[in-house]
Design a protein around this ligand. Sequence first.
Ligand code: CP
Length: 303
Amino acid sequence: MPNHILSVEQFDRNYLLELFAHADWLRNLPRSSQRSRLPHHILATVFYEPSTRTRLSFESAMARLGGAVLTTENANESSSATKGESIEDTARMLQGYADIVAMRHPVAGMPERAARASSIPVINAGDGAREHPTQALLDVYTIQRELGQFDDLHIAIVGDLKYGRAPRSLALLLRASRGTRITFLAPPTVPVGDDIKQALDQAGVSYQEASTFDDVTDAHVVYQTRIQRERFADEASYEKSRGYYVIDQSVMDRLEASAIVMHPLPRVDEIDPAIDDDPRAAYFRQAENGVYVRMALLDQILR
Ligand code: CP
């Protein structure tokens, strides 16, 4: 059976611990040893939505492991989807060309449909506002690397919690941690969903909703996110939601010296670039960590 990665629901604490150890191990291998892991393997990256980090870090991961990459970076325009080909037929084609697929789609559930039709593993690289499971993995891996643990932390999740798939997947994945306290900080137009709150309740994860950065000055992690302009029905609704929570020097001055600021990126105006040189700004290190987590995933699935 193919080993699809479709949702954070698939991951438990042991999975995280093993994956992170594997990512660390691969990271520390000499380049020549990394390259000997997956020669003759082919990854197809099929992206129906724009991406910088996810697509390129998957491709970098496969290249570092010695494999090859086929890519459709703008599949909505350049693939036969424009001619009406179904996602199932596309999946059946891909299994003849590659050993594994990383797929991003603007419609929730499309990677899952592709996976059902596919004899090779399909990795959800982000589907609509629903899930971004590999982002959540690299986020928790980053917390572990930066703070030495992912338990017993106060984590503030900030920004677009209605349409943001990264914060959604992160909140759900934090159920695999222990002693976590989450504070959600979202504009009133894009609050955290009841389904997330229910899932956290069922898992016994403590959370609260707050309205100002004053409520999270003791946070160990401040996870900022972009307002997802592309998911709003109109520009006016987007404009109503932006600009509420901007991390600038005045916010940094109130955070703990040991806190970290994360962001799945891209950012627009919700983090002032003037704080980029603050050692607590972890978002570029976080993006780089994506390569090692995706190397570990590819290596575990294909070997
Ligand atoms: N974090 C993330 O998914 O970035 P991209 O949209 O650039 O892939």
